[in-house]
Design a protein around this ligand. Structure first.
Ligand code: C5P
Length: 229
């Protein structure tokens, strides 16, 4: 492992709360995920603040709109220095995103099938196969269209790695060390298991953000990965 694979999910409701967490984590964590909640509260202003502090930002906004809108919105994000951005892995949206990113350094990650989806949602999509089949089909399409990686559950990471190839950036949420409360996550994997299955980055929220000492907890996760690696 040549770099720190932890991305901490800043699932908080204000810039102040996020700032406090980032300060407590200090140099232990350098990569942060800003999702819809914090984005709705603090917007690009806070994202720019993180980047100005030399933090890497994963903007998890799961873009999905008409191609022109996706293309133009991605071009805006590409200008800011954000490192990762999520796009729903639907062909028209992905094509537009790849165009919008142009020659910038922004990496585009496809969201194949939301993990909250079950068989009834497949029916709603009019898709005849299983959730895993749709994940695999969309992962293949994402790579064909020039996306850089995929957000995948720890259960699917090895199958997605086989499809997406060694260069794809695979980012895995749903991570819990042994003995840590799972919260609302049903299917979790330990940091070491997710890395062994082929993940490049681990998105970790509550295990670190709700720990009494978040920096120490991040350190424990890193030690777990290094020992296992
Ligand atoms: O607190 P926890 O570690 O469960 O947070 C995981 C983060 O990853 C949250 O920001 C959540 O929205 C996100 N996520 C997830 N499962 C997915 C996709 C994203 O938990 N399938």
């Amino acid at each position: 492992m040549t770099q720190n694979p932890i991305i901490v999910a800043l699932d908080v409701e204000s810039a102040d709360e996020a700032r406090a967490l980032v300060a407590r984590l200090g140099s232990q964590v350098n990569f942060y995920k800003v999702g819809m909640e914090l984005y709705a509260a603090a917007g690009m202003e806070f994202v720019r603040e993180l980047i100005a502090q030399r933090k890497d930002v994963f903007l998890d906004l799961k873009f999905y709109d008409i191609p022109e809108t996706v293309r133009r919105a991605v071009a805006q994000v590409a200008r800011t220095g954000v490192r990762f951005l999520t796009i729903h892995a639907v062909a028209s949206a992905m094509r537009a995103a790849v165009e919008g990113r142009g020659s910038s350094a922004l990496k585009l990650l496809g969201v194949t099938v939301l993990t909250s989806f079950g068989p009834e949602d497949m029916e709603d999509l009019n898709f005849q196969g299983t959730v895993s089949e749709l994940v695999e089909r969309r992962a293949r399409k994402a790579m064909e269209l020039g996306m850089d990686g995929i957000v995948t559950s720890p259960q699917e990471v090895s199958a997605v790695r086989r499809i997406a190839g060694p260069k794809a950036i695979l980012v895995t949420p749903g991570i819990r060390s042994a003995g840590i409360d799972k919260g609302d996550q049903k299917r979790v994997a330990t940091p070491a298991d997710a890395m062994a299955a082929g993940a490049d980055y681990l998105v970790i929220g509550r295990q670190i953000t709700r720990a009494a000492d978040p920096a120490a907890e991040a350190g424990r996760v890193l030690a777990e990965i290094c020992v296992a690696g």
